[in-house]
Design a protein around this ligand. Structure first.
Ligand code: SF4
Length: 125
C-alpha cells in the first residue's frame, strides 16, 4: 500500500466523512488494513487514498500546493522519509507526541476544509 504523509493525520481523524461515496468506501478499507497492522510505503504525490478521490485529475491533486505543503510539514514534524516502509500505529503514536500533543493540527493543515472536524475528533479522543 502507498500512503502520502499528511494522510496519516486524515486517517487518524477519519469518521466516515469524505468527498464522495467512492472516496469513503476506499478510505474505510484503507483504514481497516492500516489499523490491522499492514505496512505501507511513504509516497510522494498521489497515493491509495487519492486513487478514489474526485479531486485527482490526470494523476495530480487539484489542490496540490496545499497538499504538498501538508506532506512536507508532516515529514518534518515526524522525521519521515519518502520510500521508507512504515506501520500506521507507530506514526500515530509519533503524531500524538509531536503534533496533537504539542502544537495541535493547525500548523500542519489549518487551511484545510476538514480541519475543524478533525480538530474536534482529536479533542474528543
Ligand atoms: S484532495 Fe488531493 S491529496 Fe486529498 S485525497 Fe484528494 S487527490 Fe489526494
Amino acid at each position: 500500500m502507498q500512503i502520502r504523509p499528511h494522510h496519516i493525520l486524515c486517517i487518524g481523524n477519519y469518521v466516515g466523512k469524505g468527498y464522495s461515496e467512492e472516496f469513503t468506501a476506499n478510505m474505510d478499507g484503507i483504514c481497516e488494513r492500516l489499523k490491522n497492522g499492514e505496512p505501507f510505503i511513504l509516497t510522494k504525490g498521489k497515493d491509495d487514498v487519492c486513487a478514489a478521490c474526485p479531486f485527482l485529475k490526470d494523476g495530480v491533486c487539484k489542490t496540490v500546493e496545499k497538499t504538498d505543503r501538508y506532506d512536507e510539514s508532516v515529514c518534518t514534524a515526524l522525521g519521515l522519509k519518502y520510500g521508507e516502509k512504515y506501520v500506521y500505529d507507530e506514526l500515530e503514536r509519533k503524531a500524538e507526541e509531536r503534533i496533537y500533543g504539542s502544537r495541535g493540527l493547525s500548523f500542519i493543515c489549518g487551511d484545510c476544509e476538514w480541519h475543524d472536524l478533525c480538530d474536534n475528533v482529536r479533542k474528543n479522543k
